[in-house]
Design a protein around this ligand. Structure first.
Ligand SMILES: NC(=O)c1ccc[n+]([C@@H]2O[C@H](COP(=O)([O-])OP(=O)(O)OC[C@H]3O[C@@H](n4cnc5c(N)ncnc54)[C@H](O)[C@@H]3O)[C@@H](O)[C@H]2O)c1
Ligand SMILES: Nc1nc(=O)c(N)c(NC[C@H](O)[C@H](O)[C@H](O)COP(=O)(O)O)[nH]1
Length: 219
């Protein structure tokens, strides 16, 4: 079954954290944010995990650049925890699909559908992300997906071998604790993880950030 090309874009502190222990996550400089919005404008869908919506309340629109259309917003939320007041629900500039499971509150699903949000119930407790990507491809003609974290969603996708490319900005900060770029049960050695090929290294226009671009070549 075909699946879309999947790119993870994130910004991390030099110790690999995408958020501090209190959930602070503003790491990218304005040039890097503009680059992020350029990627947003180039994809058909933007995927995020539930915690990213709960902590950051992003709108996920490519508003810093001229875009011909707004990509579909896809929220992976197994327990349907995101609030009805989240911008991905209330802001109507782009369509939103919330993917959840049978654990979700039925009333909340109905409320979201009344607010013109599409809700996909996929699975009993966990969402199979390969199925989600294939469904996006087949039903919504989604050929390219930008994943904007967070760490747990990044891990789930990497673990399943669903990521094609990683663009990681290293910002000049240290958190010492918090959410890692990839946050999960982890690999015991370098053998078990995916093979990455460095495609490019660039210094941001701000002069303080390094942008690493890796192609994921498989296990
Ligand atoms: N600096 C950056 O580039 C950046 C980018 C994105 C997010 N963040 C930060 O990352 C933090 C959030 O990251 P996180 O790792 O805590 O959470 P996350 O955003 O990855 O969301 C995790 C949640 O998504 C749901 N989920 C993911 N996969 C699932 C599956 N297969 N089945 C069912 N449910 C699933 C679950 O509810 C899970 O608890 C926030 O603080 C945010 O600010 C930073
Ligand atoms: N590349 C990147 N650098 C950051 O410093 C940061 N915090 C994020 N985080 C991704 C996450 O999805 C955020 O919530 C959105 O960057 C905010 O999105 P909006 O502009 O509100 O749409 N991503």
């Amino acid at each position: 079954m075909p699946k879309p090309y999947v790119i993870i874009v994130s910004a991390a502190s030099i110790d690999g954290r995408i958020a501090s222990k209190t959930g602070y996550s503003r790491l990218s400089c304005p040039f890097d944010l503009r680059r992020l919005h350029e990627v947003r404008a180039s994809v058909d869908a933007i995927m995020v995990g539930a915690n990213t919506v709960i902590n950051d309340d992003p709108s996920l629109t490519p508003r810093y650049v001229k875009a011909i259309r707004n990509p579909i917003r896809v929220v992976i939320d197994g327990k349907l925890r995101i609030p009805l007041t989240a911008k991905v629900v209330t802001n109507k500039e782009a369509p939103t699909i919330i993917v959840t499971t049978e654990q979700a509150d039925r009333n909340k699903i109905a409320q979201l559908m009344n607010m013109s949000v599409e809700v996909w119930v996929m699975g009993k407790e966990r969402i199979n992300l390969k199925d989600v990507l294939e469904r996006l491809f087949m039903e919504k003609n989604v050929k390219r997906v930008l994943v904007e974290g967070g760490g747990h969603l990044n891990w789930e996708l990497i673990k399943e071998g669903l990521v094609d490319e990683i663009r990681l900005t290293i910002s000049p900060y240290v958190f010492g604790a918090g959410t890692s770029f990839i946050e999960g049960e982890g690999y015991p050695t370098t053998i078990e993880g995916p093979r990455l090929r460095l495609k490019s290294v660039n210094i941001c226009e701000c002069g303080q950030e390094v942008i690493l671009n890796y192609i994921v070549e498989g296990d």
